[in-house]
Design a protein around this ligand. Structure first.
Ligand SMILES: [Zn+2]
Length: 307
């Protein structure tokens, strides 16, 4: 990837709101999308500056993995976190639900490598979190304010992410989906100012999707063996197979959902306009790495202190 633009200026960090956690424990069960394991997930309340941490209760010593960009490892088609020899697969939809609802501190216990797939959207996680309630904590939530424009582009020029200053406390994300004329996946273009209200109304319900041609390749590598066209959107040449879109631009909304989940790895709020053109998880993560470098918030929990 090319770091197409220049960095400079001083860190701009501010607090617009207090940190939140959940009011009580809540859980859900299901099967993992990639690995297919049965899994139980529990959300537990946590104190200020704990952040979001996953805990693998099925492994010796119940290792914890912080949901921060420095724990992300490069795997295709999803965002995987790793620490202390433990991994958590497909973190992006559960992280989108937490970030979308502004739950900043939470322990996420799992007894398998992957959260439940649910319906492929963030809605089952969001509903469980709403059931748990939200409690404000006596600590400010760090917000990084993007004060200079910068751009990222993939080496092939097929993906771009432009970041611009924005004079609003909520971040805005634009997603431009366009897989070209031959693709059965509908193109779309959507901008949403992300608040808990818009997240629930516009984004949370949008399900992940896959092309029929990719399914065989994934399943031959042992992935997605318990997925069916009923529990994941599969696009054939003529459109969705044995299922129906929840809205015309559901795929665009899901890609925006993925951005929210991946951007949550900043470990703080972001104030800026993120305009993503055909990006996937790798570029979403890359922009957060750049922001952490630029604004000097890398390393452990250092990013949570308010300057
Ligand atoms: Zn996704």
């Amino acid at each position: 990837m090319n770091h197409a633009s220049y960095f400079g200026g001083s860190p701009v960090q501010t607090a617009h709101r207090q940190q939140n956690t959940i009011s009580r424990e809540a859980g859900m069960s299901g099967i993992g999308m990639f690995g297919g394991a049965d899994v139980n997930l529990r959300f537990l309340p946590a104190g200020p500056d704990f952040g979001i941490q996953f805990e693998r209760t099925d492994l010796a010593g119940s290792p914890r993995i912080p949901a921060l960009i420095e724990y992300a490892i490069e795997r295709p088609r999803r965002t995987v976190l790793a620490a202390g020899g433990a991994t958590v697969e497909v973190t992006e939809h559960v992280l989108a639900a937490l970030a979308g609802l502004q739950i900043d501190n939470c322990l996420v216990q799992l007894d398998a490598p992957e959260p439940p797939a649910g319906d492929g959207s963030a809605l089952p996680f969001a509903e469980t979190l709403l059931e748990a309630g939200r409690t404000e904590l006596d600590a400010p939530r760090l917000c990084l304010v993007v004060d200079q424009p910068f751009d990222l582009a993939s080496a092939e020029g097929t993906q771009e992410l432009a970041v611009r200053p924005l004079r609003k406390t909520s971040p805005a994300i634009s997603y431009h989906l366009d897989y070209g004329k031959g693709s059965p996946v509908p193109s779309g273009n959507l901008t949403v100012e992300i608040t808990p209200e818009t997240f629930l109304r516009e984004i949370a319900f949008a399900r992940t999707f896959v092309c029929e041609s990719e399914v065989t390749a994934l399943q031959s590598r042992g992935y997605g063996l318990r997925m069916t066209p009923q529990n994941v959107l599969v696009f054939g040449q003529n459109g969705v197979i044995e299922n129906e879109l929840r809205c015309e631009d559901e795929c665009t909304r899901h890609k925006l959902l993925d951005c929210i989940g991946d951007f949550a790895l900043a470990g703080c709020d972001l104030q800026g306009h993120f305009s993503a053109w055909r990006t996937g998880h790798a570029m979403n993560r890359e922009v957060i790495r750049m922001i952490r470098l630029k604004y000097g918030t890398g390393g452990g929990t250092a990013g949570r202190h308010v300057a």
